[in-house]
Design a protein around this ligand. Structure first.
Ligand code: ITT
Length: 188
């Protein structure tokens, strides 16, 4: 089995490949124009982007959208995580949280799959907290400042092998894998 992931982010491609490998699902990058609507909900953003692409590219196309929602900032940056990372960066986010007692945050991932001419969305969510300072060298983006609940280490400290078992992306794509496996066994 193979999915075609529409993404400009090579880290995502690598993570999704690692997450889906145990299911025997290969991941190929599809270079296509992704329409991103403005919405607070990553599921809606991924769904709408996939709807546009399904008609054009057919089944097994997948669009993934991820957001980081920081409680003390009213959910900011949410789906604007990419823009915020590129502009104010990790240091800017940490500055916004200076003195904040509440550092709770949640990573949300939505993977939208084209299957049978329809779009199905699979969600993953990890609750955690924003560290006081960046820690660790693994992963990408906000990984050095995101500490999943109960673990005490940032995603970047935990490293790819652990992150790709527990992350928001791992949860969403494990559900997608189960759906694809079920669809394939129905066809067999
Ligand atoms: P696409 O082409 O797939 O949209 P993107 O990088 O723009 O790639 P998103 O909008 O979904 O993807 O993600 C927004 C940003 O959130 C991304 O650029 C990273 O900075 C950050 N991010 C996403 N997933 C992450 C993860 O697992 N760990 C840390 N940061 C992450």
């Amino acid at each position: 089995m193979r999915i075609r992931l529409v993404t400009s982010n090579p880290h995502k491609l690598a993570e999704v490949s690692q997450i889906l490998a145990p299911y025997g699902i290969e991941v190929e990058r599809l270079s296509a124009e992704k329409v991103e609507i403005q919405h607070d909900d990553v599921a809606e953003i991924a769904r709408r982007a996939a709807e546009n692409l399904c008609a054009q590219y057919g089944d097994y196309v997948v669009v993934e959208d991820t957001g980081l929602y920081i409680e003390a900032l009213g959910g900011f940056p949410g789906p604007y995580a990419e823009y915020v990372y590129r502009t104010i960066g990790l240091s800017g986010v940490l500055k916004l949280l200076e003195g904040a007692a509440n550092r709770r945050a949640v990573f949300k991932c939505a993977a939208a799959l084209c299957l049978g001419g329809r779009v199905e969305v699979f969600l993953g969510e990890v609750r955690g907290a924003i560290a006081q300072a960046p820690r660790g060298t693994g992963g990408f983006g906000y990984d050095p400042i995101f500490v999943p609940e109960g673990l005490g280490y940032t995603y970047a400290e935990l490293g790819d092998d652990v992150k790709n078992k527990i992350s928001h992306r791992a949860q969403a794509f494990s559900k997608l894998a189960a759906r694809l496996t079920a669809a394939a066994s129905k066809r067999a």
